[in-house]
Structure formats: C-alpha cells, structure tokens
Write a protein that binds this ligand. Structure first.
Ligand SMILES: NC(=O)c1ccc[n+]([C@@H]2O[C@H](COP(=O)([O-])OP(=O)(O)OC[C@H]3O[C@@H](n4cnc5c(N)ncnc54)[C@H](O)[C@@H]3O)[C@@H](O)[C@H]2O)c1
Length: 416
C-alpha cells in the first residue's frame, strides 16, 4: 500500500475490495442488471458526449463489479440521447452494468454539482476543458475518484487550480487518471522504458506533430443563446477549448515530456490562421502553431500542430539520440485498448490492487507545456516555464449565464 494511501482518506474498505477483486462474480437480477453489494463501485458520468460515452463503455467493459448509475450534462438532449445509447448497448460486458434511474440524471450548468451529491464512487469527466478546473475541485471536495479527460485547462489560472486540486486528492487518497491514453498504451510504455534505459543513447532532439484536418463546427441555430452556441460549438473558441495546440496536440507533447521525464524551460513559437473565414462559426482559434521548446538539458522539441483541410496529415512523436531514432512506440507492441487500460488502472488503484495512481499534476504540467507554446505564439515572445505557470491569464468567464452575451474574439495577433 502506498504511503499516500496509508495517510489518505478512504471511505471504502480496501481490504475487502481487494478480496473481492480476487474472485468476485457479478450477481445478476432477473432484469439482467447486476445487483449491488457492499463493494460495488458506482460510476457517474459528467459530459455525455462522444468521449464521455466511450469512457463509460470502456469502464464497464474493463472492470467487474462496477455500475453506471448517474449522468450529468449541461444539455438535456445530450443526456437523453447518451442515456438511450448506453441503455441499449447490447455488449454482455456492458449491459448488466448500466442501471440509471431518472432521479440520477441531471442537466443544466449545475448538473455536475448534483451528480456529485449522489453516492457515486467514481466520476468519469468528459466535458470540454473550459470547466475542468472548477469541476475537478468539486470532484475532489466531494471525495470522488476520477477518470478525467485532457486538457485540464484552457489557461494558466486553470492549470494552477488543477495542480492544487490534484495535490488535495493525493492528501485524501483519491485516485486520478487522465485521458492521456498513450500513457496506458503498451507500445509506448515498453518503448519509453527502453528509451529511458538508453536504447538510442543520449537523447539530443525531439519532434511532436499533430497535423490534422478540421475539427467540428456548427452553424448557429436561431433558438440558441450566445452561451448555448459557444458550448455546443466548443471546439471553436479559445476559452472553451484552449486552441488546437492545447486541445489536441498536448497528447504528443506529453509523450516527449514523458520520455525526457521533464517539462520545457522555455519556448518560442509562430502560428496563425490561414483559412478560417467566419469568426462566429470558426471562432477566434488559430489553425496552426509551430513551437521550438527547450528543456533544461538543452534538448529541443519541434512541435507542430495544424487544423487544415486537404493537407498532409501527420500525428507522431520522434526522438533522436546518439545511437539512433525512435517513434516512442516502435520498440513495443500494442496488446490491448489503451482507453480500457486507463480505466482498469483507475479501478485497480481505488481497490488497492496497484500502487496509488494520481496523474493530476503531470497532466497539469503537460497542459501547461501546450499553453506556454500558445502564449509564445500569440504574443510573439519567448515564454519561460515560470512565466507560463505564474501568468496572469484567466480566459473563462467567471459567470456563465444563458441570458448573457459571450462575444467571440478578438483573434490573437502577436505584438497587438
Ligand atoms: N483522450 C482522447 O483521445 C480524447 C478523444 C476525444 C475527446 N477527448 C476529450 O474529451 C473532452 C470531450 O470531448 P468530446 O469529443 O466528447 O466532446 P462532445 O461535445 O462530444 O461532448 C462534451 C459534452 O460535455 C457537455 N458539457 C459541456 N459543458 C458542460 C458542463 N459545464 N457540465 C456538464 N456537461 C457539459 C456537452 O453538452 C457535451 O455533451 C474534450 O476535452 C476532448 O479533448 C479526448
């Protein structure tokens, strides 16, 4: 048992839970829904979208004696369609573990708080990132374990809140696994162990790319208020998604941080917006970033992230050492689904079957790594780690209200 767990809070009897994990079979009721026992882990989902639904299925597929009992989303239609989808899942590993009652379904901006008032043990969190810091604080305050998507924040203030909340979770012995699934992908895990053991010698340089196509964007419907449109069209404003370097490319950046077991000390960057025509629909995002990050040991990482239509896509990581090169996954093999693995790891940590897992601080650090690249690009200035961490940058409106206006922009212009 880890030191953190010994000193931390645990409202579950871990010894009992471990015994259960050794040989428990889920009991089935006549309705086909698995019956609870004292050790059943109850799961609630906040953010009933594509990834949230995927995470719920991954959780139920990979673990025994867990049950999905509660859903929360800001929009009722998203919640209702996801509930229907989950309840009609015919996979025998999933179907008996879905048991959602009407009074465990919550919608609205405070839906997350109401879900946290229920007796769920685990929260799966897959909203867009703008509300993640506030929600992570609340999850920890409510003494819940969590699988929580990346990125953790869209600004420096949010990163600081997530670091504090992750440390508070450690004090309480609450497990946190984040949606950086490469960390649970066997090809990466095996290769990066070898790289850290010196397989390609001393690492001299790194590259990380997410050059992809356009993310979704929606036309505004006449009945949508400003806030409803921003939240439904969340991949198109900086305060809701963080821009593409943060929202998507942080996966690749995190891999290089993992290999080097460090985060960069400074960055210079460039970028812009090559084609996006319409500020309302395509918001204030840029669509390309190129960053030159420098680590304390002098290693540079070239990072490139683009959202361009009909251009050459490339999503990869690469390191070059004194004895060769690696893609960070070429010396291992994929044997299982990393999206399932990550939630198995969470449940094992909760049940004390593996050492305590809390990925909160390192996910915050990789979020900040992406954010510092964005800061350098938007401002045209070199940005150090300390400047990024302490930046007076807080982009998410303090009040979210469907009757208020949330104008888009301005689009960042370096030096302006
Ligand atoms: N790890 C991965 O490979 C991976 C893949 C896809 C998405 N993601 C991440 O998952 C997150 C969600 O992405 P998605 O594709 O599922 O988006 P989505 O739009 O399909 O789902 C997001 C859901 O969150 C809801 N929501 C928004 N604000 C909310 C709030 N305040 N309270 C409760 N619910 C709220 C939305 O209504 C929506 O139903 C993003 O941060 C994204 O980066 C990660």
């Amino acid at each position: 048992m880890s030191k953190k767990r010994e000193t931390g809070m645990s409202r579950r009897d871990f010894a009992k839970a471990s015994a259960l994990a050794a040989g428990f079979a889920v009991l089935s009721s006549k309705s086909g829904v698995a019956q609870d026992n004292a050790d059943t882990l109850k799961v609630g989902l906040i953010g009933c979208g594509g990834r949230g639904g995927g995470a719920a299925v991954n959780c139920l597929t990979g673990n025994e004696n867990v049950k999905l009992v509660a859903l929360a989303d800001v929009f009722e239609d998203r919640l209702t369609s996801k509930r229907r989808e989950l309840e009609s899942n015919s996979d025998p590993r999933v179907q008996p573990k879905v048991d959602i009652q009407d009074d465990q379904c919550f919608f609205g901006l405070d839906a997350y708080q109401r879900l946290l008032e229920t007796d769920v043990d685990i929260v799966l969190h897959a909203t867009p990132p703008y509300c993640r810091p506030m929600h992570l604080e609340a999850i920890v305050a409510a003494n819940k374990h969590t699988f929580i998507e990346k990125p953790f924040a869209v600004d420096a203030a949010g990163v600081r809140r997530c670091i504090a909340a992750s440390n508070a979770a450690a004090e309480k012995g609450l497990s946190i696994v984040s949606g950086l699934q490469r960390r649970h992908q066997t090809s990466y895990m095996e290769t990066i162990k070898k790289l850290q053991d010196g397989e390609v010698g001393e690492i001299l340089a790194a590259r990380a790319y997410w050059n992809g196509t356009l993310p979704f964007s929606h036309e505004r419907k006449p009945e949508w208020s400003d806030l409803e449109y921003r939240l439904r069209n969340w991949y198109n404003t900086i305060w809701t998604c963080g821009d593409n370097i943060v929202e998507q490319h942080m996966h690749n950046i995190d891999v290089i941080n993992w290999v080097l077991d460090a985060y960069p000390v400074k960055v210079v960057a460039a970028g812009g917006r090559a084609w996006k025509p319409n500020e309302e629909r395509y918001g204030d995002l840029w669509d390309n970033f190129t960053c030159d990050y420098e680590y304390e040991n002098g290693v540079h990482m070239l990072s490139m992230s683009r959202h361009w239509r009909d251009s050459a896509n490339a999503v990869f990581e690469e390191v070059t050492g004194t004895k060769g090169k690696s893609t960070c996954r070429d010396m291992g093999r994929d044997r299982s689904d990393p999206y399932v693995n990550e939630i198995i790891a969470l449940v094992q940590s909760i049940r004390g079957e593996v050492p305590y897992i809390n990925e909160g601080v390192r996910t915050s650090e990789s979020t900040l790594t992406a954010l510092m690249g964005r800061m350098a690009a938007y401002t045209g200035k070199e940005v150090t780690w300390d400047e990024a961490l302490n930046a007076d940058e807080s982009l998410v409106p303090t009040v979210l209200d469907f009757d208020q206006e949330y104008p888009v922009g301005p689009i960042p212009v370096p030096g302006a």
